[in-house]
Design a protein around this ligand. Structure first.
Ligand code: URA
Length: 192
């Protein structure tokens, strides 16, 4: 299995889908290679495309605050990635072709990191990783077995920025669930 560094090098030269033509940077993912927690978003936006790093815009600032407040972890202690590594134009959803072309990078990240807990942020990532068409509003509020890990679906932080207090409170509650799952994994207890 390629290392994270090898995968990142491959991604930086990837032209497997049309998104390659419009990108400034490939946004491979960032954080600690030893992270027990992997957070997965949809795809880079404008700020991320320019910075080459996931979740650096307004959503990212909120995400950083929430993982610090609810899980007690800074961004550098987690690993943050997206389903798709290049920015779709006009922030449209990635197409099935783009997701399929990019999926091996996320699978490689999962295999290399071997996280205890995966938090999917929003409909897109939750559906992609749980292989379902169900929306995150229905999926959230519980955890799911995900290989050796536990998957906790929650809202995208952008939804909390738009949706206000109730969405934010549910996002916080889901992160508390992720924290409990991390603690259970560290103690060798079943997490779901
Ligand atoms: N939204 C995402 O899903 N991912 C990012 O990296 C930024 C915004």
């Amino acid at each position: 299995m390629p290392t994270l560094a090898e995968l990142e090098r491959q991604a930086s030269a990837c032209v497997a889908c049309p998104l390659a033509a419009g990108r400034t940077n490939v946004v491979f993912g960032t954080g600690s290679p030893g992270a027990r927690l992997l957070l997965v978003g949809e795809a880079p936006g404008r700020d991320e495309d320019l910075a080459g790093e996931p979740f650096v815009g307004r959503s990212g600032k909120l995400l950083d605050r929430l993982i610090e407040e609810e899980i007690g972890l800074g961004r550098s202690a987690c690993y943050i990635a997206n389903v798709v590594k290049c920015r779709p134009p006009d922030n449209r959803d990635p197409t099935p072709l783009e997701v399929a072309a990019c999926r091996h990078f996320l699978d490689g990240q999962l295999g290399e990191l071997h996280p205890a807990v995966v938090v999917t942020l929003g409909n897109f990532a939750s559906r992609a990783l749980l292989a379902t068409s169900e929306g995150v509003t229905r999926l959230r509020g519980r955890s799911y077995p995900f290989g050796d890990a536990v998957l906790v679906p929650t809202f995208h932080p952008a939804a909390a920025l738009r949706g206000g207090g109730v969405v934010l409170a549910q996002l916080r509650a889901d992160l508390v669930r992720a924290k409990s799952a991390l603690e259970a994994a560290a103690a060798g207890r079943p997490a779901h």
